[in-house]
Ligand binder design. Structure first.
Ligand SMILES: [Zn+2]
Ligand SMILES: [Zn+2]
Length: 387
C-alpha cells in the first residue's frame, strides 16, 4: 500500500470558510443570499429608466437640459457606491488555524483552572483598556478567536467582521469596517436621487396638466404614476435610514452597538471611540484611512492531497492510483494549508482523515479534479509506504 502526495495550487478564496460567494476569481465577494440585492438593482435601474424615458425628454426641452445630466450623474454615483459596498470584503477576520485554536483553548483552560463536572465554565472574555474604558473581547466559538473590539460574528455570512455594523440584505453583504463609508454614501446619494426624481415627476405632471389636463397627462406618461409610487415609499425608508446613520456617525457608533446598547448609560461605559466632537467623529468615519483586506483572497496556497494506491503498483500517476481495482479504499485525501492563516475547508468539502487500509470504511470523498483551468497541479512529492 502506497500513497502519492499531490500538491496543487489553489486561490485562497476557494478554501475560505463562511458563507460568502465569490465571483471573478475572488475579486468579487458577497453574501450567499442575493435575492434582495437583485430587487434593489431592479428598483433603482427600473425607476431611473422610467424617469429618463418619460420625464427627461419633456423637462430637458421645457425646463432645462441640465436636469437629465444631473440625474444621470447621480444615478451613476448611486450605482458605483452600491456595487462598491456589495462586492467588497466588509472586513472579514480570518479564523484561527487549528494549531492556533488549540493554543488559545489551552490558554483559556489554564486561566480558568479545573471546572468541576456539572458546573458551567466561566464566560470566555478578555478585558482590554481603550481610552480609559474597559472593553470586553468575546471569544468566537466558530472562528476560534477573541474578537477585536467592535467586531461581531455575522450569522448569515458566518464570519467575524471587524467594526461590524449590520448585515444588509438590500446590498447583499455585511456592512463593516471596510465598506461602511460606501454604504453611507449609497444611502445618502439614493436619498437625493429619490427626492430628485420624485420632485421632477411632480413638476412634470403639473407642467403638462396645465395644457393637457391631469388625466390626459397620466395617460400619456403611464410610467410617472409608477415612479411616484416607488419614490414615495422609498423616500421614507431611505431618508430615514440615512438620518439614522448620520446620527450614528456623529457619535462614532455602529448599528450593532446601538441595538445592543453597548455605550448606553445602563452599562456606565462611555463610548471610548467617540471624540466627543461631531466633526471629528464624521471625519474619522468618512475620511479616515482605508484598510486593506486581510483575507488575501486571490493569493495562492498549496493544497496537498494524499492519494493512496496499491502497493504493487509502481510510482503511479494520480489518475492510475484512483482507478486501482485492488484497493478497496480507492483514495484518501489530506489537506494541509501552510500558507493561509484562515484556511478552513467548508463542511461539504472537508477531507477525511487518512484511514488505514485494514479498516473497512466507505469510500472516502472524491479527490477534486486534478487539472482545471485555475489550478496548477504538481504531481510531486512523495510516495510513502503505509506498510
Ligand atoms: Zn466568528
Ligand atoms: Zn453578513
Amino acid at each position: 500500500m502506497s500513497a502519492v502526495m499531490i500538491t496543487r495550487k489553489v486561490r485562497k478564496w476557494e478554501k475560505l470558510p463562511g458563507k460568502n460567494t465569490f465571483c471573478c476569481d475572488g475579486r468579487v465577494m458577497m453574501a450567499r443570499q442575493k435575492g434582495v440585492f437583485y430587487l434593489t438593482l431592479f428598483l433603482i435601474i427600473g425607476t431611473c429608466a422610467l424617469f429618463f424615458a418619460f420625464e427627461c425628454p419633456y423637462l430637458a426641452v421645457h425646463l432645462s437640459p441640465t436636469i437629465p445630466v444631473f440625474a444621470a450623474l447621480l444615478f451613476l454615483f448611486v450605482m458605483a457606491m452600491l456595487l462598491r459596498t456589495s462586492f467588497s470584503d466588509p472586513g472579514v477576520l480570518p479564523r484561527a488555524l487549528p494549531e492556533e485554536a488549540t493554543f488559545i483553548e489551552m490558554e483559556i483552560e489554564a486561566a480558568n483552572g479545573n471546572v468541576p463536572a456539572g458546573q458551567r465554565p466561566p464566560p470566555r472574555i478578555r478585558n482590554v483598556q481603550i481610552n480609559n474604558q474597559i472593553v470586553k473581547l468575546k471569544y468566537c466559538y466558530t472562528c476560534k478567536i477573541f474578537r477585536p473590539p467592535r467586531a461581531s460574528h455575522c450569522s448569515i455570512c458566518d464570519n467575524c467582521v471587524d467594526r461590524f455594523d449590520h448585515h444588509c440584505p438590500w446590498v447583499g453583504n455585511c456592512v463593516g469596517k471596510r465598506n461602511y463609508r460606501y454604504f453611507y454614501l449609497f444611502t445618502l446619494s439614493l436619498s437625493l436621487l429619490t427626492i430628485y426624481i420624485f420632485t421632477f415627476d411632480i413638476v412634470h405632471v403639473v407642467m403638462r396638466s396645465v395644457n393637457n389636463g391631469f388625466l390626459n397627462t397620466l395617460k400619456e406618461t403611464p410610467g410617472t404614476v409608477l415612479e411616484v409610487l416607488v419614490c414615495f415609499f422609498t423616500l421614507w425608508s431611505v431618508v430615514g435610514l440615512t438620518g439614522f446613520h448620520t446620527y450614528l456617525i456623529s457619535l462614532n457608533q455602529t448599528t450593532n452597538e446601538d441595538i445592543k446598547g453597548s455605550w448606553s448609560g445602563k452599562n456606565r461605559v462611555q463610548n471610548p471611540y467617540s471624540h466627543k466632537n461631531i466633526i471629528k467623529n464624521c471625519c474619522e468615519v468618512l475620511c479616515g484611512p482605508t484598510y486593506p483586506s486581510v483575507l488575501d483572497r486571490r493569493g495562492l496556497m498549496q493544497e496537498d492531497l494524499l492519494v493512496s494506491a496499491a502497493s504493487t503498483a509502481p510510482a503511479s500517476s494520480p489518475s492510475s492510483s484512483s482507478s486501482s481495482s485492488t484497493n478497496p479504499v480507492p483514495q484518501t485525501t489530506k489537506t494541509t494549508a501552510p500558507l493561509l492563516p484562515n484556511e478552513h475547508t467548508p463542511d461539504e468539502a472537508k477531507p477525511s482523515i487518512a484511514v488505514s487500509p485494514k479498516e473497512e470504511l466507505p469510500p472516502a470523498p472524491k479527490v477534486p479534479p486534478l487539472a482545471s483551468p485555475e489550478t496548477d497541479v504538481e504531481t510531486s512529492i512523495a510516495k510513502d509506504k503505509a506498510h
